[in-house]
Design a protein around this ligand. Sequence first.
Ligand code: MG
Length: 159
Amino acid sequence: MIRVGIGYDSHRFGAARPLVLGGVEIPGAPGLIGHSDADAIAHALIDALLGAAALGDIGGHFSDRSEEWRDADSIELLRLTIDLLSRHGWRPNQCDITVILERPKLGPHVAAIRERLAAAMDVDVDAVSVKAKTNETMGFVGRGEGIAVHAVATILPVG
Ligand code: MG
């Protein structure tokens, strides 16, 4: 049996810290505002994985009102999500992620992001797809106010 989940996240630019997406520090843009490190790729992927297992959402497991998760490394949250799925009898199969932002160009960083996410999920890098596009200058993404990420993930029973 294979199950599928969908995830979405958005964050606003403007934090006084590095821009981190998919666990990779990306130069050329301000950081994203958020309670954790605001890694919107990791957050959308976590929600897709949790959704596939019907285990709620990221806010339910890593509350943005908890001091425990302030400035949290979202790759660590992804690892904890994989542990949670494992305890419920699930393992990640593959994922597909679309990142929507005007700048900076994500292309040069996609390989590193795929490797980082694959390592955190303990899957082959071939099982992790990351695509980036602009919003053709439309809406909050188009105005450069923030970033949006869509993710789909499938999971399989352990063993
Ligand atoms: Mg988020």
